[in-house]
Write a protein that binds this ligand. Structure first.
Ligand code: BYC
Ligand code: FE
Ligand code: FE
Length: 482
């Protein structure tokens, strides 16, 4: 194996882990490939399968310059198995086994738990591709179209990453799970994807940007936690996936910022001063900030549900057994075992929401969710600076964590975005102000006209500050019919 962790492109499945020397796994992956390609054709980006797309592909996993850009047809993208380089002498950083050498094989007593974690992680990846499959036909520019497809092929690669772990470490069970991952479908009645948010529609490009901001960010938090895993192959796999996630979140953060920018600059040109004058703003063919706020409310609350219940014996077991750590585990100053520690958990007590000190181990989902909320808040702050720079007082807000929840402590209550508990009647009266409704859907849909001329952008979104791979503004990122 090359020592700089260069990717071997000589096998059918590119990799940096010497698959050529592991015939059993290589053959299992090769026999899974045709089913994967069928899935990609049926459920991957609709149209554009013959188009040449200017995509990034890994050539080394060296942190400096691991990627190269080139035109490829998506079905010919070289989905590879890429792991971060091993850290010599790595030990398990937390839990009951803290300080023991990291596992290179699956510890028998944790096999079922580990398989469940890998399968849940794997299931989200193709789900997101399915959710986004119709967006290509309404892309606001070739630049955005390329970004969509980059995200899609990388989520496809993340499925490969988890399937590799299943095939290499879980034998026959793992191969069955690999087939199931291609069988379930986002939104399906009889075989839905495993987690709620991955069965919701992504109907338009604003939703896509919100999804990559909020839901890919759950991905980041979960991958960070799994990146700490005492099971070293999982840790290395997730750490490499995180390098790709950064771009997905860039697409979301910058995408929403560009929508805001188009709105505010259209208002300025037309002399519309009041961002809450919805009619005047929409007449300009741009998206009002209140509609953006409702999309935030929806995608944030759906993504919070992905953290599971605040109190979870699963979370405690994942941690104690050394399988799933905390966000930035190695930077936290405590004993990394948490047997006697507590953590403040938001609960409904006597009809009000209040923090209650709970044992820290079962509260780990809550803790990760707190870290996530903080990460989201930083992004919102950037959008608000942009709004302020146009001289408006209007601010976007993250809704309260109790708002619109289907999982955990708040699933039985109705809360306003400010966190006030409401009766069903009060909720019913105001829900339309807080969540995207039919009017929003029709208006946003009316804006979703494709723009496929190089360098041109649909009027509801501003051009990006710089191109991908430093390409000029009119670069043809997708050759639609080459
Ligand atoms: N009714 O809530 P649970 C990505 C109980 S995204 C009553 O399941 P858990 C991506 C349950 O029995 C990242 N009770 O949470 C993004 C349990 O009770 P006990 C994907 C219910 O398992 C964009 C308690 O609630 N990766 O990568 O702790 C594009 C807690 O169980 C109900 C991952 O998520 C009910 N309906 O955590 C592409 C990482 N339901 O035992 C990709 C892997 C549940 O405490 N997954 N209960 O009494 C995990 O780490 C965990 O499975 C989860 C859930 C964090 C998802
Ligand atoms: Fe992913
Ligand atoms: Fe992602």
């Amino acid at each position: 194996m090359a020592t700089d962790w260069a990717v071997d492109y000589n096998t059918k499945i590119p990799n940096n882990i010497d698959l050529a020397g592991d015939n059993r796994v290589l053959r299992a992956l090769e026999s899974w490939l045709p089913g994967y390609l069928n899935w990609w054709h049926d459920m991957g980006p609709s149209g554009f399968q013959e188009s040449l797309v200017y995509l990034r592909t890994a050539v080394t996993v060296d942190p400096k310059g691991w990627a190269k850009f080139d035109y490829v047809r998506m079905p010919e993208y070289r989905w590879g198995i890429l792991l971060a380089p091993p850290e010599p002498g790595r030990t398990i950083p937390f839990g009951d086994h803290k300080g023991e050498p990291a596992w290179q094989e699956v510890p028998g007593e944790y096999r079922a738990m580990l398989r469940r974690l890998v399968v849940i992680q794997g299931d989200t990846e193709p789900a997101s591709v399915e959710q986004q499959r119709h967006l290509g036909s309404t892309a606001p520019s070739l630049y955005d179209l390329r970004n969509l497809f980059q995200v899609n092929v990388e989520e496809g690669r993340h499925l490969w990453a988890m399937v590799y772990l299943l095939f290499k470490y879980f034998g026959r069970d793992g191969r069955e799970e690999g087939d199931e991952l291609l069988r379930r479908r986002s939104g399906s009645e009889d075989a839905p994807r495993m987690l709620g948010a991955f069965n919701e529609a992504t109907p338009d490009w604003l939703s896509f940007f919100m999804f990559t901001f909020f839901t890919d960010r759950d991905g980041k938090m979960q991958l960070e936690s799994l990146g700490q895993s005492g099971f070293d192959p999982l840790s290395r796999t997730c750490r490499f996936m995180l390098t790709e996630e950064a771009h997905h979140m860039f697409v979301g953060t910058s995408g929403v910022a560009r929508v805001i920018e188009a709105t505010l600059s259209a208002m300025r040109r037309a002399g519309v001063a009041d961002p809450t004058d919805i009619e005047a703003v929409r007449a300009l063919g741009v998206i009002d900030l209140a509609a953006i706020q409702r999309k935030i409310n929806l995608h944030f609350s759906l993504s919070l549900d992905l953290f599971g219940a605040e109190m979870s014996s699963n979370a405690a077991n994942f941690f104690r057994s050394g399988l799933k750590g905390r966000y930035q585990e190695t930077k936290i100053a405590d004993d990394h075992r948490l047997l006697d520690a507590t953590y403040p958990v938001l609960r409904v007590v006597d009809g009000a929401i209040a923090p209650v000190n709970e044992p820290a181990l079962p509260a780990l989902n809550m803790r990760l969710r707190d870290d996530y909320v903080e990460d989201c808040a930083r992004g919102i702050e950037r959008w608000n600076k942009l709004i302020a720079s146009y001289g408006h007082e209007y601010r976007l807000l993250l809704p309260h964590v109790a708002f619109h929840r289907k999982v955990g402590e708040f699933r039985g209550v109705q809360a306003s975005p400010a966190g006030a508990l409401l009766t069903a009647e009060e909720w019913g009266r105001q829900a339309d102000e807080w969540l995207p409704g039919e009017q929003d859907r029709l208006f946003i849909e009316s804006l979703m006209k494709p723009e496929s001329r190089p360098g041109e952008f649909a009027p509801w979104i501003a051009p990006p500050k710089t191109g991908i791979d430093n390409r000029p503004g009119d670069f043809e990122y997708v050759l639609i019919s080459p």
